[in-house]
Design a protein around this ligand. Structure first.
Ligand SMILES: C[S@@+](CC[C@H](N)C(=O)[O-])C[C@H]1O[C@@H](n2cnc3c(N)ncnc32)[C@H](O)[C@@H]1O
Length: 197
């Protein structure tokens, strides 16, 4: 049968916690695979906010969401923004602060586009901090990290150091990794704590 892929595990963490009508964020739209997954989970009553700094990613994500739009299954409130995820706190409407069910990050570069445009720790870390504050209790930050490309290992290390430093009362963090494949992508899941648990 085989174990879940790292993206499969990130999706599984999210699927377990997101209901129709929820509000979710794709912090790195890229090709729109995660955005479509999130859109299907929250459905027409839900909210999907997506961010990327490349016009090509916005175009690809829009294209991937088109079939859902044609079937009337797009989240009623869908907004794909050409904007850095480091501006997450300002970009997410105030009424959704503390109410997000999931925020997904898929780090690295967009395959088939400009491979010099990569996620960087100086924006990734503030974005993740903001994401954690925007989640509802029990909400999930799911991230796929890519240590294989130039700068990827340094970014992954910084993210892991940040995650390990989070107070356990605020968040619970876990890693899913194929241990026989050093340098392969891996998934990090951080659940915002439900108080008193
Ligand atoms: C690996 S791709 C994402 C894949 C995507 N989640 C999918 O499902 O296809 C990484 C994306 O992060 C984007 N990115 C890089 N820096 C960013 C930033 N500061 N804010 C938002 N997106 C960023 C890149 O442009 C690229 O499209």
């Amino acid at each position: 049968m085989g174990l879940l892929s790292v993206i499969g595990m990130a999706h599984s963490w999210v699927r377990q916690r997101v209901q129709p009508g929820d509000a979710v964020v794709d912090a790195t739209l890229g090709g729109g695979v995660d955005a479509r997954f999130l859109a299907e989970l929250v459905g027409p009553r839900g909210t999907l906010l997506g961010f990327d700094i490349q016009p090509e990613a916005i175009r690809r994500a829009r294209e991937r969401l088109e079939p859902l739009a044609a079937e009337g299954r797009l989240p009623g409130r869908t907004s794909l923004q050409l904007r850095s995820h480091s501006e997450l706190a300002q970009a997410v409407p105030v009424e959704l602060h503390g109410r997000l069910a999931a925020v997904m990050f898929n780090l690295g570069y967009l395959p088939g586009a400009d491979q010099e445009v990569i996620t960087l720790p100086e924006t990734t870390l503030p974005a993740m901090g903001a994401a954690l504050r925007l989640l509802r209790p029990g909400g999930i930050l799911a991230c796929v990290l890519y240590p294989g490309h130039l700068g990827g290992a340094e970014e992954a290390d910084e993210v892991m150091r940040w995650a390990a430093s989070l107070p356990q009362e605020a968040a619970q963090a876990a890693v899913y990794r194929m241990v026989q494949k050093p340098g392969a992508p891996y998934a990090l899941g951080i659940e915002a704590r439900v108080s008193g648990r």
